[in-house]
Design a protein around this ligand. Structure first.
Ligand code: BES
Ligand code: MN
Ligand code: ZN
Length: 497
């Protein structure tokens, strides 16, 4: 889909804005006046109140150069921010994508808290995100199920400023789509080796990619990661992606680490069958890291960033590890594996250690679909944030809020840490009590963070994909790509020259 900024748009469908109470904004108002009150009449008949995502679909009256006009609510104008404009544009695309229309014109307006140029840039971003589809395996789509929309014009005078921002945003969208694609791919297609090969492609945009195979991991002492992988016929991979965009080439990078379980059966501690297919998304952390690397490379971020993803399949094969096994980690610490379904923390133990050992980063952030417990705590609205550093925590919270990928801070403490002590090894991988499950997972990973290294862990089990009929115009597929926008914004705000 093509996005253009033009002074005055023309096309099949025009989308205009309305605020709460049904108040038509400037262009909508002008159009209403020019058509003898057609828009306000239609809005009244539809009981339109201008709430976010409410739409009045008007067959364009004579004298208007469009076949349809969509009056779309943006909610309370005083509270409307860039994200509200993105959703507004998203609803317009959602309505038109497969409607037969080929060309949509978005008419952004200046809002109390958003300039017109910013509104234009956000509209373009929202339109792009909303147009995502994952149709790779649908060979029998009927014509009416196929997208018809090919062009979106954002109508804006003096579009240069908006265009400059939109080019950067387009890079981020590529990163989000990369993450969504990876999470959506079925687990027979996306497994550690094929995942690593897709990451290899990032070399074409200037990312340095290194892929470790099991023999090397064995030499490095990654017994926890390899222990998870040993039940599967698919060998593990550990992939590093390096982007050295800072003008100080030797400046310490920030390290992003991702959990990449391409399928999580639970292993010998087998999961129940119902809904197990969702565990193809258990590599959402690795996908977010990969998507962020793609975004920052495409927009040539002036920062040094390294992404490390641990890729395994957790299967109950004949060589699978058993509950009770004790494994060695690269850090030298030993782990008693009491539940093979708490595998994310096992692979992260080695990946987080490796990232610090190899790259001496200035900070480490790991993302993982780590626990069902974080869904119990926060649902699908916020990811769980853990951090040992206040500045880093605040920077992540504000990056998430700005990008609509919100996090909620969760606690860490010695009392929770004690819950993974065991007489049999340095630690066990579950507490054994049905309490504070997401926190216990975070405490476990924290044991592999070196003293003095700022670290954050984001439990994205509730946000990497959305269950059932969740309505989000910016994320039309099951996979959300959660984390890419947050990480990209964090790097732009805190780590760029
Ligand atoms: N991948 C799961 C966590 C998960 C659950 C992600 C639901 C997305 C949706 C993780 O590996 C897991 O199985 N965690 C266990 C931990 C438990 C055994 C301590 C869980 O949450 O039940
Ligand atoms: Mn598991
Ligand atoms: Zn898992």
């Amino acid at each position: 889909m093509d996005i253009r900024f033009v002074a005055a748009g023309s096309g099949d469908v025009l989308a205009v804005m309305a605020g709460e109470g049904g108040e038509l904004l400037a262009s909508a108002q002008a159009l209403d006046t020019a058509t003898g009150g057609r828009l306000s009449k239609a809005a009244k008949a539809a009981r339109f109140t201008g709430g976010p995502g409410q739409v009045v679909d008007v067959l364009a009256p004579e004298g208007v150069d469009f076949s349809r006009i969509l009056v779309i609510g943006i909610g309370k104008l005083d509270a409307a921010n860039g994200l509200a404009v993105e959703r507004w544009a998203g609803h317009a695309v959602k309505r038109t994508l497969t409607s037969g229309a080929e060309k949509l014109v978005l008419q952004p307006e200046a809002l109390p808290g958003v300039s017109k140029a910013d509104a234009g840039a956000h509209a373009a971003l929202g339109a792009r995100l909303a147009a995502y589809r994952f149709d790779t395996y649908r060979t029998k789509l009927k014509p009416e199920q196929k997208p018809t929309l090919t062009t979106v014009e954002v109508a804006l005078e003096g579009p240069a400023a908006a265009r400059a921002r939109a080019d950067q945003d387009a890079a981020v969208v590529e990163g989000v789509f990369f993450a969504r694609d990876l999470v959506s791919e079925p687990p027979n297609v996306l497994y550690p080796e094929s995942f690593a090969e897709r990451l290899r492609d990032l070399e074409t945009i200037g990312v340095e990619v290194e892929i470790l195979e099991p023999a090397t991991m064995e030499k490095l002492g990654m017994g926890a990661l390899l222990g998870v992988a040993q039940g599967s016929a698919r060998p593990a991979r550990l992939v590093s992606m390096k982007w050295n965009g800072s003008s100080s080439k030797n400046a310490k990078p920030i390290a992003l680490v991702g959990k990449g379980v391409t399928f999580d059966t639970g292993g010998i501690s087998l999961k129940p069958g119902a809904g197990m297919d969702e565990m193809k998304g258990d590599m959402g952390g690795a996908a977010a890291v990969a998507g962020a690397m793609k975004a920052i490379a495409l927009r040539k971020a002036k920062a040094n960033v390294v992404g490390v993803v641990a890729l395994v399949e957790n299967m109950p094969g004949p060589n699978a590890q058993r509950p009770g096994d004790i494994v060695n980690t690269m850090s030298g610490q030993t782990i008693e594996v009491l539940n093979t379904d708490a595998e994310g923390r096992l692979i992260l133990a080695d990946a987080v250690w490796y990232a610090q050992d190899k790259f001496s980063p200035s900070a480490v952030i790991d993302l993982a679909t780590l626990t069902g417990a974080v869904i119990v705590a926060l649902g699908h609205e916020n990811a769980g944030l853990y951090a040992n550093d206040e500045d880093l925590a605040q920077a992540i919270i504000s990056a998430g809020a700005n990008e609509g990928e919100t996090v909620w801070r969760m606690p860490l403490s010695a009392a929770y840490d004690k819950m993974i002590d065991t007489p049999n090894a340095d630690m066990k991988n579950i507490s054994g009590k049905p309490a504070a499950g997401s926190i216990v997972g975070a405490q476990f990973i924290k044991r592999f963070v070196k003293d003095g290294t700022p670290w954050a862990h984001i439990d994205i089990a509730g946000t990497a994909w959305k269950p059932g009929p969740y309505e989000d115009p910016l994320s039309p597929a099951w996979a959300t790509g959660y984390g890419v926008r947050l990480l990209n914004r964090l790097i732009a705000a805190k780590y760029e020259d």
